[in-house]
Write a protein that binds this ligand. Sequence first.
Ligand code: 6MZ
Length: 351
Amino acid sequence: MKDYAAEAFASLNSDDKAFLKALPKAELHAHLNGCIPLSCLQDLVRQRPVQTSGTTESDEKIAKGLAMLEQGVVLEEIHEFFDLFPAIYALTSTPAALRQATAAVLAQFLQPQGDSGEQEPAQCIYLELRTTPRENAEMSREQYLDAVLCEMETYSADKCALIVSTDRRMDTTTMMECVSIAAKLKGAGRRVVGIDLCGTPTIGNAEDFLPAFKLAEESGLKLTVHIAETTANTEQDVMTLLSANPSRLGHATFLHKEARELVLEKKMAIEICLSSNLLCKTVDDLKAHHINYWLEHGLPLAICTDDTLVFRNDLVGEYALLMAAPPLGLGLSRDKVSLLAKMSLDVRFEQ
Ligand code: 6MZ
């Protein structure tokens, strides 16, 4: 597996490395179950007989999934990425395991890094973490979100907030249920700020998602959608998702002309995940990455990691991809990189 972000970071001089680490950044596109530190997942495996009773996943499947993650996953196509999650989900299927995983993800992004002697700044100063509420014999969707929120709320409100993900494979009723719970929690003063649409990019019919997005809007929840992540996403799918008026877009790799014009007109911000796109092979190299188009057109962007567990990246590494000299990076100046970091803070859902 190629560590694009780590290679870009390693190529920088020590001044630039220190500059990137100290730069105040926001992480706005990080999936909880895709960002669990490997050491935490290994702990959850050890605790499995106690923590995941009731799961139907076999030990073998978990061991195989974990071994792949330990080795570094090489993906031939983006759909292979989604096959990794059953093994991860089997380890985060109780409120206790979820809380443990959430605490580890929050610490990874929001706590100073390294040993006490030589501490580095935290990866970001603000995190919008997203997750898809699951239900099983051990917990309801609301209990799932409560477990995640309990951990998030140990941090102050200016540090982190939750985006509730819906998955393209959900039917309208399930999606509505997820958004209703998110609205109820928000109404009760819990730290929920938005709704996301994620999952295998080509599954489902976008029209079926619209009632849930409308409910989100009526409930004061902002919307972000994974959109045009692959060439297989049709123009109709893209235009239907844009008709829901999302404030931000995830990936937006293959927007056709009409969609790009609408995005520019409405100034929708784009969550850019460079390593994710390179490793899922939806983009050939940084030169061909759509970030170049949006930079040229001055659209608000947020640089994000997506799934640090799978892609083995971190936020500083993603910024290194902006700054490193080509071909390892885009060769952007410090001023440009600072501006991008500021933009990520400006397009937070909760200001
Ligand atoms: C689309 C993605 C994704 O929600 O269980 N997910 N969906 N595109 C991506 N880009 C590569 N990366 C992650 O986190 C895991 C779930 O997030 C979605 C997938 O649906 C995955 O199952 P949560 O915390």
